[in-house]
Design a protein around this ligand. Structure first.
Ligand code: ISE
Length: 340
């Protein structure tokens, strides 16, 4: 059996996913590409032997599309995911699942109404071998009880259009999903802090410091710096009662030359998380073919929880850094999606 995937949005990540699906993922065929820039959709469709659409809803409805990958602008994620779910088509929605708590809750409701799990969320770090190893190491008890963690997330540059809230929803959202997943403990309160801000990105506070407290008592500091210029740099260290565990250098190259040692940083997330993206796509297609959900894959409820926490971080940003308790308002209404 092969799964005919329609990819919506072929900017940096959508194009990367489409090419991987078409060339590297067993069981996947890219049958359709949609983009608001039709010329861009046509070009990639030609390369991959797919049909091009200017309209995302038409792609979702197309008879030649079995499953949908949503990688368009963040503001479109929830509505497109709901449209696919309404037709019973599995969706892999890039993070964030939604920009508001209400929208995220409506995705979970739509899945519930469909009566089967159809939504996967692209929290790709859950498939990164190093992050998985770090999580396993904590679970094995190697460092004892976790006490404090430090995450760093730096981009070379970002769109000049976004604001400080979009740094949280689009970039820090990775740590917002990753930390409770790594620690096996939900985030219970958050606060947002502003150090000196770079003059090179006037539209937003950059860097930002976010504190996440999980129910196990661990406090995590998250530095997000989206215009750091020097390289794509993602770090994580967790300190426990008996030791620490951290991600090793993610450099692609270490060079010894001219009496010096230098390491190269990737320019963006694609080389750093290449393996994670492939593993995520394999897991998604595999789960559609077998009907067995991948245990690592983030679900609609995980996407909803991350949006709730991100909204609390933005609330702290708007309240001079006060600590905001995280309540998952819609959560009590959710029941597990029944098995088919
Ligand atoms: C992008 O969408 C990602 O997923 C990257 O991992 C993150 O570093 C970047 O800030 C986002 O825009």
């Amino acid at each position: 059996m092969s799964v005919r995937v329609g990819v919506i949005g072929v900017g940096v990540m959508g194009a990367d996913h489409a090419r991987s699906l078409a060339t590297l993922i067993p069981g996947a065929v890219v049958s359709a590409i949609a983009d608001i820039d039709l010329a861009r959709a046509r070009q990639l469709a030609l390369e991959l032997g797919a049909q091009a659409f200017a309209d995302a809803d038409e792609l979702i409805e197309s008879k030649s599309v079995d499953a949908v990958l949503v990688a368009s602008d963040d503001s479109t994620h929830a509505a497109l995911t709901i449209a696919a779910v309404a037709l019973g088509k599995p969706v892999l929605c890039e993070k964030p699942l939604a920009l508001t708590v209400e929208e995220a809750a409506s995705v979970v409701d739509a899945e519930w109404a469909a009566g089967t799990s159809l939504v996967s969320v692209g929290f790709s770090r859950r498939f990164d071998p190093a992050i998985v190893a770090l999580r396993d190491s904590i679970l094995s008890g190697a460092i004892g009880r976790p006490l404090i963690a430090h995450a760093i997330h730096r981009n070379v540059s970002t769109s000049p259009d976004g604001d400080s809230a979009s740094t949280v929803m689009n970039t820090a959202i990775h740590e917002i999903d990753e930390i409770p997943w790594v620690l096996h403990s939900p985030i219970i309160d958050v606060s947002w802090h502003a150090p000196a801000s770079t003059s090179l990105l006037p539209s937003r506070q950059d860097p930002q410091l976010i504190l996440l407290r999980t129910d196990d008592g661990t406090l995590t500091t998250v530095e997000v710096f989206v215009n750091a210029l020097y390289g794509y740099d993602v770090r994580l260290e967790v300190a426990g009662e008996r030791g620490t565990v951290s991600l090793a250098d993610s450099a692609l190259l270490v060079r010894n030359a001219h009496l010096g040692r230098t390491i190269d940083y990737p320019e963006d997330w694609r080389p750093r998380f290449a393996e994670a993206y492939r593993a995520e796509l394999r897991a998604w297609i595999g789960s559609i073919i077998t009907g067995i959900p991948s245990p690592a894959m983030a679900t609609a409820i995980d996407g909803y929880r991350a949006t709730v926490v991100a909204a609390a971080v933005i609330a702290s940003m708007n309240a001079n850094g006060s600590t905001i308790a995280v309540v998952y308002p819609h959560e009590s209404n959710f029941s597990p999606v029944p098995k088919e």
